[in-house]
Design a protein around this ligand. Structure first.
Ligand code: ADP
Ligand code: ADP
Length: 226
């Protein structure tokens, strides 16, 4: 079955805005899917229904066939990595402590795991004892990705993860995530307003407009102008 299934998901905010309008779709396990669309088209809202930062007004979301509204949200979120722009690293903790935080909440204090995660996001071990303020923007974003992967989630949600990065950093971090997705069959759902960015990494591109998915396509078809 699908890694994520959206079943007629609608989100109406308190002010009446319909941010997501009866969206149904399935995301295959181990796939890299981009949600693309203009600002305000509902991408973030749809993404956040997966980790229940947003609760749908109607419809439901299933992960591996299980309704995400069953069980505790914190248990759900331990199985889902979440990366967003300017990810909130704790400024008074070192890089290693930031990455290790989700492991500690699990009662693990595993230095080898921190080293492996630094390696995954292509950061040198020598940065482990620095604080976030002593890193470049790209390095901080890599730390955010490493922290999101700490509990070895099967699902990675990314909301404009590369927005603030220069093109070279953006490409190498994107490639590191694609490698991980292929090697570990990680399912990745990424929100971006930038079609070029979606085409670089995703095998499937969903285009959103006014709360609806108006196209479900592939980079090859888009480039061929289909
Ligand atoms: P995108 O990620 O594509 O920029 P969003 O999901 O953030 O789109 O927003 C979709 C629509 O919902 C927009 O009209 C936005 O203003 C509105 N919206 C987003 N969050 C809220 C909120 N908390 N309360 C009310 N309206 C919201
Ligand atoms: P505390 O003093 O609060 O225990 P530490 O900084 O010693 O914090 O460790 C926090 C986490 O980061 C632990 O999981 C530890 O194994 C890991 N860690 C600490 N320093 C490094 C390092 N240089 N390289 C990799 N992991 C490290």
């Amino acid at each position: 079955g699908p890694a994520i299934a959206f079943e007629r998901v609608t989100k109406r905010y308190a002010d009446g805005t319909i941010a997501v309008d009866a969206v149904s779709l399935a995301v295959e396990p181990g796939s890299f899917v981009a949600l693309v669309g203009a600002s305000g088209s509902g991408k973030s809202t749809l993404l956040k229904t997966v980790n229940r930062l947003v609760v749908p007004s109607e419809g439901r979301v299933l992960i591996d066939g299980v309704d995400v509204s069953e069980g505790a949200a914190w248990q759900l979120r331990r199985r889902i990595g979440y990366v967003f722009q300017n990810i909130g690293l704790f400024p008074h903790l070192t890089v290693a402590q930031n990455i290790a935080l989700p492991l500690r909440l699990d009662g693990r204090n595993d230095r080898a795991r921190v080293d492996a995660l630094l390696d995954t996001v292509e950061l040198p071990d020598s940065l482990a004892s620095r604080t976030p303020a002593e890193l470049s923007g790209g390095q901080r974003q890599r730390v955010g990705v490493a922290r999101a992967l700490a509990t070895d989630p099967g699902l990675l949600l990314m909301d404009e993860p590369f927005g603030a990065l220069d093109p070279v950093t953006r490409e190498s971090l994107g490639q590191a995530i694609v490698r991980l997705q292929r090697e570990r069959r990680l399912t990745v759902l990424m929100v971006t307003h930038d079609m070029a960015e979606a085409l670089l990494d995703a095998a499937r591109v969903l285009v959103m407009e006014r709360g609806r998915v108006v196209a479900d396509t592939t980079p090859a078809a888009l480039i061929a102008g289909e």
